[in-house]
Design a protein around this ligand. Structure first.
Ligand code: GLA
Length: 380
């Protein structure tokens, strides 16, 4: 993300005075996948990659926005009930409309933005986009909404304007991230705790399979529906409240597929707690074992992995990596790997070679740096 490049484009397109700059990050998630919409716990951290935007009110009712990376320009009237067709700009339109619905007096604005979160890699580039604009417009139009309200607006934009029934994890962490810390969030109560992430002997690294995951109109919503059906059959609010006994009893009453989905979630809710306890005693080996178990569940029961990702996890295991699993919504994207320092270099050198040999395409190594949540950037 280069502020000068953004500003140059801004000047070329719109001229005039400098706008204000905002950024919001993507995220990693140590463990707790597909637990957020089941009322469970998640363990994310913001990353140093994100979306940066220069924004300036333009005194009209029109939004004019240019996405540098996509080379897409879009204009829309904020009072128009339909909004733009392009999915990408619907994230921004959704945020604008929901801010207005929440009483923020949004007016027209010009914006240029760019990012370095890989798109469709499971690192939440869409949440970064929603949160960047939520942050910017709330600030520029004196909305006084707090970070949690802005996160909920981002999530609702995704539900109502894009059609992905996502949980709250991505927008929450994009708003609440803190450099050097992971956050354990209870997605039901909204309570959260920062936990410093400072393993001496280990590092986190992502390997992006570059298989594009597309959550829009995808089986993501089907997974959520399965979970809700099982919870409903059990007469509980969400699978967070389901234990193994309850799950056994409901087995005959739900489809085999719904049962498998629920079995994964019940296990994952427990694993997050195991990991939290393990982290408190610096027991990274247990953290890693739980990550592998998560992957097994996501691959076999939740069925959100793919051949390329399973290969990356197998390779990690073969190299003696402490923990590895698919990260995020699934259907491609990245693995997250907890790697001991002494094998780090060989792992990140050899796995891409093996991947290239097997699939004929490159994967991408992304070292993890835990960064801050959304913010306004001030003049230096
Ligand atoms: C996507 C969603 C999140 C969460 C993850 C899976 O990133 O946006 O809400 O459900 O998938 O853990």
């Amino acid at each position: 993300m280069d502020r000068n490049i953004i500003h140059q484009q801004f000047l070329n397109r719109f001229g005039g005075a400098e706008g204000s700059f905002y950024m919001a990050p993507g995220r990693i998630n140590l463990i707790g996948e597909h637990t957020d919409y089941n009322g469970g716990f998640v363990f994310p951290g913001a990353v140093s990659q994100g979306i940066m935007a220069e924004v300036r009110p333009n005194g009209t009712r029109w939004v004019r926005a240019y996405a540098i990376d996509l080379k897409h320009y879009c204009e829309f009237d904020i009072d128009d009930d339909q909004g733009p067709e392009s999915v990408h700009f619907r994230y921004i339109y959704g945020v604008v409309r929901l801010l207005m619905a929440n009483g923020v007096k949004v007016e027209g604005f010009d914006a240029v933005y760019a990012g370095d979160v890989p798109i469709a890699a499971g690192m939440s580039s869409s949440a970064a986009l929603e949160c960047c604009f939520g942050m910017a417009l709330n600030d520029l139009f004196q909305g006084n909404l707090d970070r949690m309200q802005l996160a909920l607006i981002g999530q609702a934009a995704e539900h109502n304007f894009v059609g992905v029934k996502c949980g709250i994890m991505d927008q929450f962490i994009s708003m609440h991230g803190r450099a050097g810390s992971l956050v354990c969030l209870d997605c039901r109560s909204g309570e959260f705790e920062y936990l410093p992430w400072r393993p001496k002997d280990y590092r986190l690294v992502l390997i992006n399979s570059c298989v594009k995951h597309e959550l829009v109109g995808s089986p993501y919503n089907d997974r959520r529906n399965s979970c809700e059906r099982v919870a409903q059959t059990l007469g509980i609010e969400s699978l967070r409240d389901c234990n193994w006994d309850m799950l056994n009893k409901v087995k005959e009453k739900v489809s085999e597929e719904d049962y498998m989905r629920a079995r994964y979630v019940v296990g994952e809710v427990d694993r997050v707690m195991e990991v939290k306890a393990a982290l408190q005693r610096d027991d990274y080996e247990t953290v890693g074992q739980q990550m592998y178990l998560t992957h097994e569940g996501l691959s076999k029961d939740y069925e959100v992995s793919c051949e390329e990702i399973d290969f990356l996890v197998d390779e990690a295991r073969r190299h003696g990596v402490t923990g590895s699993r698919i990260m995020g919504g699934g259907f491609g994207g990245c693995t997250i790997n907890l790697v001991r320092n002494e094998i780090y270099d060989s792992f990140v050198t050899e796995v891409p070679l093996a991947f290239k040999e097997k699939f004929g395409v490159e994967c991408q190594v992304i070292p993890v740096v835990i960064g801050d949540g959304a913010k306004k950037l001030f003049k230096i």
